[in-house]
Design a protein around this ligand. Structure first.
Ligand SMILES: Nc1nc2c(ncn2[C@@H]2O[C@H](COP(=O)(O)OP(=O)(O)OP(=O)(O)O)[C@@H](O)[C@H]2O)c(=O)[nH]1
Ligand SMILES: [Mg+2]
Length: 324
């Protein structure tokens, strides 16, 4: 088991693949391996890429990764770990196959690792798996980690929160309006990409995004969300997109936001895991049926929610006392 951790840290791709499968399955073994991974003092830059289905995210990840692998004028070539997570359709083999095809030019490059992830469908499962997978890729030494996720709802916002820099993809809509922007999506965008800029209406889309950003007026803390036009299918605009990402990273580090986000993320993830463990512990001591019984009593109005809660907590206290 430590062996697998060591192999992951040494860059063994099969070991990393196995660990990611365990994480995806929520195999308890994964926790032990994660605990055994060494913590790098300097961590990867995590880029989140989100947008509605079909906006060209996978194509863009592929094109952006090629630029990152070559290096830009200001940045050396970097190794890239890619996670494609799909909160909307947990078991969609088709999407995963499609991603393989869209990202196939990256196959055979040792500096790139691609992995699709689904969840078991329960709330929070995917964001936790994503957090664990990011830490695994980080320990494996990847300098940049890209998370692709469909902009579908709360799950996706949660996943985007695991990133340092969030790129939101929009595409030119029909007519002069952009695709319906989901509530909150502009708030999470650090960089906006108007992809499919080869299609009519791209300039109008960029202009209306600009107008929305001005309404939001987020720029007080010194970062103005840039809008970059891209044609992921040809790679056009990828240098500019990479430059925007690195500018954002520099801004994060300069302003202290980098450390602040890390702190917030660690706090959120740790608290969530603690809640979960405490709940499991409570369940183990109160007994499997205690919760179901209480639910039935509340639902049939035998007792109030508050009474039920107090009794449930007493059960654990009693169990703890009798143990000793
Ligand atoms: N015209 C044009 N088509 C593009 C561009 N980028 C991607 N596409 C096409 O758009 C379609 C969807 O691309 P994907 O990369 O699969 O989009 P996605 O956002 O990853 O899709 P999901 O993962 O299913 O949400 C494909 O047919 C791409 O070839 C572009 O810049 N211009
Ligand atoms: Mg995709």
């Amino acid at each position: 088991m430590t062996n697998l951790a060591e192999r992951v840290a040494a860059g063994d791709r099969r070991a990393l693949g196995r660990l990611l499968s365990q994480i995806e399955r929520e195999d308890p073994e994964a926790q032990k391996i994660l605990a055994g991974l060494n913590i790098r003092p300097d961590r990867a830059l995590v880029i989140g890429i989100t947008g509605a289905s079909g906006t060209g995210k996978s194509t863009l990840v592929n094109a952006l990764t090629r630029v990152l692998r070559k290096g830009t004028t200001d940045e050396p070539p970097q190794t890239v770990g890619i996670l494609a997570v799909d909160p909307s359709s947990p078991f969609s083999g088709g999407a995963i196959l499609g991603d393989r095809i869209r990202m196939r030019d990256l196959a055979g490059d040792d500096g790139v690792f691609i992995r699709s992830m689904a969840s078991r469908g329960h709330l929070g499962g995917l964001s936790r798996a994503t957090d664990c997978a990011v830490r695994a890729l980080d320990a494996a030494g990847f300098e940049i980690i890209i998370i692709e996720t469909v902009g579908a709802g709360q799950d996706e916002v949660e996943i985007a929160r695991q990133a340092d820099t969030v790129i939101v993809l929009e595409t030119p809509g029909l007519g002069d309006d952009i695709q319906a922007i989901k509530a909150g999506i502009l708030e999470i965008a650090d960089v906006l990409a108007v992809n499919k800029a080869d299609l009519p209406g791209a300039e109008a889309a960029a202009a209306s995004l600009e107008a929305m950003l001005n309404l939001e007026k987020k720029g007080e803390d010194g970062w103005r969300t840039p809008i970059v036009s891209t044609v992921a299918a040809t790679g056009e605009g990828m240098q500019a997109l990479a430059a925007a990402v690195f500018r954002h990273r520099d801004y994060l580090k300069r302003s202290g936001e980098w450390a602040r986000r890390e702190q917030e993320r660690a706090g959120r993830n740790l608290e969530e895991r603690l809640r979960e463990r405490l709940f499991d512990r409570w369940k183990a001591s109160a007994g499997e049926n205690a919760l179901a019984d209480a639910v039935r009593k509340v639902a049939s109005r035998e007792c109030s929610m508050e009474e039920a809660l107090e009794r449930l907590l007493l059960k654990e206290d009693a169990a703890a006392k009798s143990k000793g």
